[in-house]
Design a protein around this ligand. Sequence first.
Ligand code: ADP
Ligand code: ZN
Ligand code: ZN
Length: 721
Amino acid sequence: MPFVRVAIEVPVGGLFDYRVDAAADSVGLRVAVPFGPRTMVGVVVEADVTPEIDVARIKPARILRDMPPLSAKWLELLRFCAAYYHHPLGNALGAALPALIKADRPLAAALWTRYRWLAAAPEFPKRERTRAALAARLMEAPRHGYELTSISPKALAHLQDWMAGGEVGMAEPASFVEAAAPDLTPEQAAAVAAVTRDLAAGRFAASLLHGVTGSGKTEVYLRVAAHALATGGQVLVMVPEINLTPRLLEHFRQRFPASSIVALHSALSESERSHHWLMAHAGTADIVLGTRLAVLASMPRMKLIVVDEEHDPSFKQQEGMRYSARDLAVYRAKSESIPIVLGSATPSLETFAHAQSGRYARLSMRERAVAAAELPAVRIVDLNTTRAEHGLTGPVLEAIRACRARGEQSLVFLNRRGFAPVLSCNACGWVSACSRCTAYLVLHRRRGLQAGGTLMCHHCGYAEPVPQACPTCGNVDIRGYGQGTQRLEAQVAELFPDARVLRIDRDSTSRKGSAEELFDQVHAGEADILVGTQMLAKGHDFKNLTLVAAINVDAALFSADFRASERLFAQLTQVAGRAGRAGKPGEVIIQTRKPDHPLFRAVANGDYEGFAAGLLAEREAAGLPPASFQAMLRAEAKKLEVALDFLKAAAASGVENASIEIYDPVPMNLTRLMNVERAQLLVESRSRPALQSFLTDWVEWLGAHAPSGVHWHVEVDPLEI
Ligand code: ADP
Ligand code: ZN
Ligand code: ZN
């Protein structure tokens, strides 16, 4: 009897051999295997293997032939991912595959098959309302079985009848229709032409689409996607945030009415995500639009990848397999020999460096796409010399007033949610600290400025009611210090009593669908003043918004993380870019105590180029990424000493390697999280291959030497130091 090698998602995640009835053509198929007392579903990664252990001990497994096999190319991507991020292959697969594929239940191919109505328009008796509704849907456009199940759970049975009767047939893949599009600006046309050449040549090429905010990057994505779709290709479009998917989906649906477009992100139900994934895998979805996890979707006809806002740190997965979806996308494009477009107004320094060296093509768009739209004028207000009321200086208040008078929208940007970052007692010095983390409990009020509410830890989720009096001395005069978006919202409402103030942050959008509702309100003009965090900064195209005020951004200037100024520059440029996009002049005000800081001057002058070149030179001189490559080893234990001791031993085990620099172990910034103490150790090398081969040996050493009670992981290319 033959044996197969199976990747399964288990803590010791790796490869296990099983006995099967027939191994032929089984690579890439699902397989149900006994694992301890459970049955698990993994994927066959090798067929006809010669087991390394006694064959008598090998257990039998069931190959499930209910889905098209995962391709060798896709498995190769996962192997690369597992190797590069030093993560077990079984767990890499586990991270890539949605829930239903890992469950021991049969999959129904009808759900990811696309059907169309073939017969003449039918007439159904009145009581057959379900059948009438299903047929109507199918007559509009070809539909997946899964889409029809939302009309009726009996949809598949009806489909089967109709298939037998010839009224319904399978839809051809990649039907393509392109709806009317605006004339391209010359800069857009040049960018589209460049990518189209790569598409026509069917070759790998990475292009940095460096376009100022409002330059019309979306239109470029749509045009190049059209070329890929017209020739029968699938297109993967990645965005950093779930909130950016609905409008982009809408753009793609309108432009390509006959194409099948699916979303992939973590806010979908398990069933939705699994079926969207299967549609992509079966090739019946033409466009996949999603967040970072979409990069691991299986797409057999993939011809183009687009990564929008490529600089965004959200493309980095922060737990489990800590991959960079942007970097994997580039790897994937290369292995598929297809073009990839990386779009941003503020490219990451990594990408910028590749564009400088010529590894990536550089497509620049310096003008806004809407003819009359100019980049906003940026003003810096000195907080040292200008009085502020509720954190808002005179110039900001005046500008909001003027903006209101013109009937336009303004946005006040404050990247700190909650009411106040800490509650404290003046009499004894008590502060609201989380008992489980090295962090303050943040004060959240239910409504406006009134008392009461909740103290919440933003790191571990702990929450308690606000105490009536100081828990240590009984003083009733305890206050929230500092300002979060909730407090700002209430204060702005007080300052502008006749304005409609809308707050958009993670708290105001926690309910499913509420973010979309709030963004719709903004687009519909139902709000005058927006108060919000970086959620508001990214990507959105608010036509009537002409004023942006960033009121408290200085903290990032003092951060120990070498990427802090790169991030602040990007964030300010992005949020400033929300103003004046539709032809009305826009204005941006930045309040700071460091008005002469070169970063603010660069933002004001829109000088990404100069700023990035300066940062790059600094990084080069200091030997920091992108001039070097890093990995972070993190250890967690009940006692900080235990974590640090393990890191010290780990550092000592690796010192012989001359091309690797190992830093001293240090406690993490947020040292205690959920009662666990955390420390980290940075390793760095000028050579990526040297770092990789070092890590391979090191990870093995770590696995063999970690004491029980210490949890550890390695993060390759960490973004937060
Ligand atoms: P970006 O993503 O580069 O910040 P968007 O793609 O959101 O910019 O486009 C900004 C605005 O310009 C949108 O309102 C869009 O409809 C408009 N736009 C884009 N391309 C064109 C064009 N060729 N002609 C007219 N308007 C355009
Ligand atoms: Zn007190
Ligand atoms: Zn906590």
